[in-house]
Ligand binder design. Structure first.
Ligand code: BGC
Length: 461
């Protein structure tokens, strides 16, 4: 019996040691790092980003339905019952906003177009809306900025929801039809296209945590939706590439990598849960894009296997969004299986995650196995006091520049976001903007912390 216990103990120690050594959680000595050393290639794409639903206003035929509903506990779905409403009125104020972007000294503007406005009813395309985006794209170009267009940034029309949205693989064709239509309109003007923004967020927030529409909590369905969103990316990529200009433009997926580390590095259960969450959230997508195999195998939670070899080489670049680092802690005697924790030594953002610039370096390394150029399509901080933004920008950009120096092919960086906006389930409480917005007057004001970004961009030229 004693021998048996000893063997189990040795196996446990050995497994944890291997995991610990194979998956380091680096922390750099920031006090002794010279941030002035950040260097970027001359052709680096500097930009800032927004998404239609978060900034345009008057989006009434999409995600906003969820803003007016209550959850199972009787609470509003959005913090303090806020609604996207007029948002930043970017729809009417895009011209002045484009000047704000120009003032930052950047070269690119990433925005999304609102499917629910372009095709409010199935098969009915609104020509005025299509022309509106034409004018906006023209204005971006006239101001010497390069437009980067996202086709799906969390929102779609209600008729698509009514059909079951991405719960059903049969519905992907409706998304492709929309993509083809807008590509024919704008592809002669827009050189960089993003297909789906953060498929794992749409699937986990919408179908696992229930924080996004449709507010479901079904882990198997969440995995199915993730698979279908990735399929939608692959199929739209293939379809757009066949159209005129398809071979001239760059088309890529946008995916955020969240770092999941065990709370206790000696605890095998924390390691197992971190690995499972990582497989669901990160690895299943990367594996699909690199091998054509989509697999999630988490007993009792989600079990799915799907293959499409067209997924290999289906992205001209990898749009990497990076925000969060989570520590997972198993809770044996609690209703919830595990919790997300934050180590004290780290600095919090206003969102429930910490500042961990080493994480963006790790994320770049992680996705580099796809062997395509990496574009940081989003990175930024919610910081209502504006007392952490400058250091956040300096340190994250240091990490990006270090990755470039170490040989990783990072071609651009887009700060999230141009201005404060509707931060989904958090409403207007989160202040990500380089510009603050007074939502009563719609006045924009450059934040002090944004000057650090402007300075780095200027020095890099
Ligand atoms: C999304 C943005 C969001 C940002 C900050 C990203 O996941 O693409 O729409 O505002 O994170 O939370």
């Amino acid at each position: 019996m004693l021998l048996y216990i000893l063997i189990v103990l040795l196996v446990y120690i050995f497994s944890v040691m291997i995991l610990h050594l194979k998956n380091p959680e680096p922390y750099w000595d920031w006090d002794n790092i010279s941030l002035d050393e950040s260097k970027f290639p001359k052709k680096f794409k500097w930009g800032t980003a927004t998404a239609s639903h978060q900034v345009e206003g008057n989006s009434i035929n999409n995600w906003s339905k969820f803003e007016n509903q209550i959850n199972k506990n009787g609470d509003p779905n959005i913090s303090n019952n806020q609604k996207s409403g007029d948002a930043c009125d970017h729809w009417n104020r895009y011209a002045e906003d484009i000047l704000l972007i120009k003032n930052l000294g950047v070269s690119h503007y990433r925005f999304s177009i609102e499917w629910s406005k372009i095709e409010p009813e199935q098969n009915c395309f609104d020509i005025d809306v299509i022309n509106h985006y034409h004018k906006m794209i023209d204005s971006i170009i006239e101001n010497d900025l390069v437009p980067v267009l996202t086709l799906h940034h969390f929102t779609h029309p209600l008729w698509f929801d009514d059909l079951g949205a991405f719960e059903k693989s049969d519905n992907i064709k409706f998304f492709i039809k929309f993509c083809d239509k807008v590509f024919k309109e704008y592809s002669s003007k827009v050189p960089i296209w993003c297909t789906i923004n953060e498929p794992a967020v749409v699937s986990t927030q919408g179908y696992f945590s229930g924080m996004f529409p449709p507010g479901k909590k079904d882990s198997q369905l969440s995995a199915i939706v993730l698979k279908n969103l990735l399929e939608a990316h692959v199929q739209s990529y293939q379809s757009l590439k066949k159209l005129e200009n398809g071979d001239k433009v760059k088309i890529g997926i946008v995916k955020n990598i969240n770092q999941f580390d065990p709370w206790r590095r000696w605890n095998l259960l924390d390691w197992i849960v971190s690995a499972a969450v990582n497989q669901f959230f990160n690895w299943s997508s990367i594996q699909f894009l690199s091998s054509g195999e989509f697999k999630i195998r988490i007993p009792g939670l989600a079990w799915i296997k799907h293959e499409n070899k067209n997924a290999i080489n289906s992205t001209d670049f990898f749009g990497l969004n990076y925000y969060s680092h989570n520590h997972l802690k198993v809770k044996l005697f609690s209703k919830e299986l595990f919790s997300m924790e934050y180590k004290n030594k780290d600095i919090m953002t206003d969102m429930p995650y910490i500042i961990y610039p080493e994480g963006i370096y790790r994320a770049i390394k992680y996705v580099s196995i796809l062997k395509v150029p990496i574009m940081i399509t989003e990175n930024g901080i919610a910081d209502h006091k504006d007392d952490r933004r400058a250091i956040y920008i300096e340190r994250y950009l240091y990490s990006v520049s270090k990755a470039i120096k170490d040989g990783y092919n990072v071609v651009g960086y887009f700060y999230w976001s141009l201005m404060d906006n509707f931060e989904w389930a958090f409403g207007y409480d989160m202040k990500f903007g380089l510009y603050s917005v007074d939502f009563k007057t719609q006045k924009r004001k450059l934040r002090k912390g944004a000057n650090t970004f402007i300075k780095i961009v200027k020095n890099a030229k």
